[in-house]
Design a protein around this ligand. Structure first.
Ligand code: PEP
Length: 250
């Protein structure tokens, strides 16, 4: 049985006091045990403060990115070892905004995923097609390449620390959510693809949590989660307001 995950990607949004206020609200209003695992991904500079607020809860605080190396000369980047020092051991990799605007390729994602998993981190690997790719009938070949290249060389044993987020780029921040059927079709494809690629792939893929992301809101989450291969949501906008984030989790 795969546990559901509701993850909030706060992106480069929210001031420190806004991030702290959402964290405090979550701490105060969420029961100490929730059926779903809850995660938040604040800006790097908000991580110490948000994780200290959420320190005694079960809410996971993760980073939106990490550089795949030990402490070294790499100006402007953040090492997994520095994250670990402040208690962060979960990271997003390959969010479409980083792919689209910051040149993050499947190969770079692969380096990050390998390094982070090797350091004992949990990784949420984001994949998804653009509108042009969907309209030209290439959704599945894009997803397949993102899986093959991004997860190349990863041992099956490390898959228990991996989460995949299917985020169609055309649905992110646009208000255009994929239908539950479109999302389910992509999730089933991803699970099947992973089953065929790795040693012990069938078992690995059966236990892999695959999240949907792209304009998830309190009024559409239930129909998405009703699908058998959708194990939760990676949520941008609706996680950045306390009320809607709480509604999603509930
Ligand atoms: C995201 O940033 O991963 C995302 C899915 O954003 P939104 O929910 O705002 O579409």
């Amino acid at each position: 049985m795969r546990r559901k995950i509701i993850a909030g990607n706060w992106k480069m949004n929210l001031t420190l006091s806004e991030a702290n206020a959402i964290a405090s609200g979550l701490k105060e209003k969420l029961p100490s045990k929730t059926d779903a695992e809850v995660m938040v991904f604040p800006s790097f500079i908000h991580l110490p403060s948000v994780s200290s607020i959420l320190g005694e809860t079960n809410i996971v605080v993760g980073s939106q990115n990490a550089y795949p190396a030990a402490l070294t000369a790499m100006t402007g980047e953040i090492a997994p070892a520095q994250l670990r020092e402040i208690g962060i051991t979960t990271s997003l990799v390959g969010h479409s905004e980083r792919r689209q605007f910051l040149g993050e390729t499947n190969e770079i994602c692969n380096e990050k995923i390998k390094f982070l998993l090797g350091q004992g981190f949990r990784v949420v690997y984001c994949i998804g097609e653009t509108l042009a790719e969907r309209e030209s009938g290439n959704t599945f070949s894009v997803l397949s390449t993102q899986i093959k290249q991004g997860l190349k060389g990863i041992e099956s044993a490390l898959f228990s620390k991996l989460i995949v987020a299917y985020e169609p780029v055309w649905a992110i921040g646009t208000g255009k959510v994929a239908t539950p059927e479109q999302a389910e079709e992509a999730h089933a494809f991803i699970r099947n693809e992973i089953a065929g690629l790795f040693v012990g792939g069938k078992e690995v893929s059966e236990s892999l949590q695959i999240l949907y992301g792209g304009s998830v809101k309190p009024d559409n989450i239930a129909s998405l989660l009703s699908k058998p291969n959708i194990d939760g949501g990676l949520v941008g906008g609706a996680s950045q307001k306390l009320d809607s984030f709480l509604a999603l989790i509930k």
